[in-house]
Design a protein around this ligand. Structure first.
Ligand SMILES: Cc1ncc(COP(=O)(O)O)c(C=O)c1O
Length: 404
């Protein structure tokens, strides 16, 4: 049994006091926010609000100091070698759009290949597609093995084709499966590829040490890590970030502009055009302070116990077909009810005030490969309680009874 005190952890989140009737199992879409994150954003707007980097006045200097301190916090969190390797974005999707745009023509040339897995979120598919065809770059996909993990034999064969980029999710958002990211990245590096990790789901499972991991770019969103929406991080090794062509042009990212040409500022400003999400960055720093108070291993063990309890209960309900293999999941269980559309099950759970997701979870190619219309996703977090698992199982039993 984990010694993690979930009830004490839950007290930090005002959402639960304000919504005592709800069971929130949609943390993979967005996490709830602790009071200290809400306070940090509020305090910025109430006391400090001013634009960064441009004011001669003291208020702007204070706002700049708070914003840049947030960058330092993220640098420490990921153990990045330098603060200029931390680029603030609006989220993981924005980070991938910057990567796909910025690597074409600079790193990627016609005939080059990019390798992703069949478990990717659309954020690690569509931005590549937007540019691949017009630049003559090929997008290859590692298929699934019978455990619904990347097929590592085929991965080796695809690496032999010498992809320039290997871009993988750390944790599947649709199934919860944790990829063997360490060995996959090592193999990619051995094949000479630039490596990218989508940490949107993974960062709350295991924070990378980006100097130890063979990872060149790592992206995550604040809102899935107890932080605000609209703020995310693109980490990149300096030498690779320097090769990225900026996706957005405008203020603050230049060193000189004439009507003929512009030259760009040094990192990180070069990749942060326009007024950034200052309050969001400060909120993200508060979220990092918050989560670092707790032992990640205890949290993961506790989530594992919730998953085991849920899986044991599911096996007693006829007709349910879990797609997730619980022992390889970071906190998600996705399932199907034979012959029924996932939306119908989710709708009945919603009537019982149980918040889950149904559909293809921004991973349409995955569900096409599985020949399924989608799944119902139950995403557990450390603020969920064993009693909520029981309530959910009872609601599921009642809902399947109605549908069948
Ligand atoms: C694995 C994964 N990648 C990328 C994203 C996109 O994140 P955002 O919507 O915060 O940009 C998500 C969001 O669900 C995700 O789960």
């Amino acid at each position: 049994m984990s010694s993690f005190d979930a009830l004490a952890f839950r007290q930090f989140f005002p959402f639960f006091n304000n919504n005592p009737d709800w069971v929130y199992l949609d943390t993979a879409a967005t996490s709830q926010k602790p009071q200290q994150v809400i306070d940090a954003e509020l305090a910025f707007y109430q006391r400090q609000n001013s634009n960064v980097h441009r004011g001669a006045h003291q208020l702007s200097q204070h706002a700049t100091a708070a914003f840049e301190a947030a960058r330092d916090k993220v640098q420490q969190f990921l153990n990045a070698a330098s603060r200029s390797e931390i680029i603030f974005t609006s989220g993981t999707t924005a980070a991938f759009n910057q990567l796909a745009f910025g690597l074409m023509d600079t790193v990627l040339k016609p005939g080059d290949r990019i390798l992703i897995s069949a478990l990717e979120h659309h954020a690690n598919i569509v931005p590549w597609q937007l540019h691949c065809q017009s630049h003559g770059v090929q997008l290859d996909v590692i298929p699934l093995d019978p455990q619904l993990m990347p097929d590592l034999d085929v991965y080796q064969q695809l690496l032999a084709l010498k992809p320039k980029i290997v871009s993988l999710t750390q944790v599947s958002n649709a199934l919860g499966h944790i990829l063997p990211i360490g060995s996959m990245l090592q193999a990619a590096k051995a094949a000479g590829a630039i490596t990218i990790v989508d940490g949107a789901q993974g960062v709350s499972w295991q924070v990378p040490d980006v100097q130890l991991w063979p990872v060149d770019f790592y992206c995550f969103s604040g809102h899935k890590l107890y932080g605000p929406t609209g703020i995310g991080v693109l980490y990149g090794k300096q030498r690779y970030l320097e090769q990225l062509k900026p996706l957005l042009g405008g203020g603050e990212m230049i060193s000189d502009v004439s009507f003929q040409r512009s030259s760009f500022a040094a990192l990180p400003a070069r990749l942060e055009a326009g007024t950034p999400n200052i309050a969001g960055a400060i909120g993200l720093a508060a979220a990092i302070d918050f989560i670092r108070q707790f032992d990640a291993r205890q949290i993961n063990q506790y989530k594992g116990e919730l998953l085991q309890q849920f899986a044991a209960g599911l096996s007693q309900i006829p007709g349910l077909r879990p797609l997730t293999r619980v022992e390889q999941s970071a906190g998600i269980v996705s399932l199907q009810l034979a012959g029924e559309h996932p939306n119908d099950l989710a709708m009945l759970l919603n009537e019982q005030k149980i918040a889950v997701r149904a559909g293809s979870h921004c991973a349409m190619p995955l569900f096409a490969a599985l020949q399924l219309p989608g799944a119902v996703r139950f995403a557990f977090a450390p603020y969920n309680l064993p009693a909520e698992v029981d309530v959910t199982l009872q609601a599921l039993a009642a809902a399947t009874e109605i549908l069948r």
